[in-house]
Write a protein that binds this ligand. Sequence first.
Ligand SMILES: Cc1cc2nc3c(=O)[nH]c(=O)nc-3n(C[C@H](O)[C@H](O)[C@H](O)COP(=O)(O)OP(=O)(O)OC[C@H]3O[C@@H](n4cnc5c(N)ncnc54)[C@H](O)[C@@H]3O)c2cc1C
Length: 314
Amino acid sequence: MTGRLDIPGFRPFHAHVASREKISESFVRIVFASPEFSRLGTDGCDQRIKILFPLPGGRWGDPHLFDPESVAQGMWYQQWKALDNDDRNPVRTYTIRKADPENGEMTVEFVSHSNPGPAGTFAQQCRIGDEVVIIGPDASSRHSDLGIDFRPGPSRHLLLMGDETAVPAISSILEHLHDSAWQGSGLALTEVPRKSDFRTLRMPSHFRMYQTATDGHKGASLLERLKTLAASGAAGFTPDRDQTGERIADVEDLSDADFLWEVPPQGPDDGLYAWVAGEASMVRSLRRFLVGNLGLDRHRIAFMGYYREGKREI
Ligand SMILES: Cc1cc2nc3c(=O)[nH]c(=O)nc-3n(C[C@H](O)[C@H](O)[C@H](O)COP(=O)(O)OP(=O)(O)OC[C@H]3O[C@@H](n4cnc5c(N)ncnc54)[C@H](O)[C@@H]3O)c2cc1C
């Protein structure tokens, strides 16, 4: 889009459920529709959004959410925080699986997890026509790529790793790389609850994808697969430094944090760039191995440990 404006990158879109499909045992694909999506950003990759879910009775707590001034100033979050608890619509973070402004649609893939909060419950129970408010990228803004953390820069060797919540983002990244004729090689490692959740994706020809099913301990199969690939030399990991000294501090400084969000501005060179997302303790153990054991510089890796088993998002 030409002539993009210096306005907030995200805006609220009032949308409704157009279709709901269980695509595998653990995933539900929902297509949301809205005439407002004609100005939905399409920067793609791991573009995150916020979804506000209705309060009981289908209520929306913020009467000023769509006031033109509030939209123009990007005030939704400050307004949401200022509300009484009872008036705050539950909000959760998701990834755009497909943005289709021409048809006024956006697709999101929801994990059906065993301890669902408002988002998981909505995904399991929603009907055609049910409403949500999506805080998503505004194509009119020059900041519409705000919620994108996959920034490989000049890298020509990629590693993508994640649990089931990261599968929509990894799927979208792989398709984006394929469709943009990206030249390079890479590995995608995903862990999903069941083998029946494995999927076939469009990806660049020099990419290999390994899918594992959780073996009761989240992240264990991913870590094992990573160790095997590293030991075989097939992954082509080149240490940035030897495994002594400062790396200990690098690895341990975040060990007590609940969540882990450490995202470099972009890949620093044409070597490895890695993107790792999912449950926080799983991401932390992958970080220990990549930075601590393999000696990779953490500035070439985006770590996003964004939920914690047993803790609600907000
Ligand atoms: C940038 C980003 C992008 C994301 N993209 C997606 C996406 O495209 N699809 C997707 O499904 N999720 C995605 N997530 C994860 C999603 O936001 C969380 O899973 C969210 O907590 C689900 O909300 P809920 O209301 O169902 O559960 P909450 O009320 O937040 O939590 C209820 C309980 O469920 C647990 N829990 C939450 N998620 C899971 C899970 N997957 N498995 C097991 N236990 C869980 C919590 O720890 C808590 O104990 C993304 C998160 C981030 C930060």
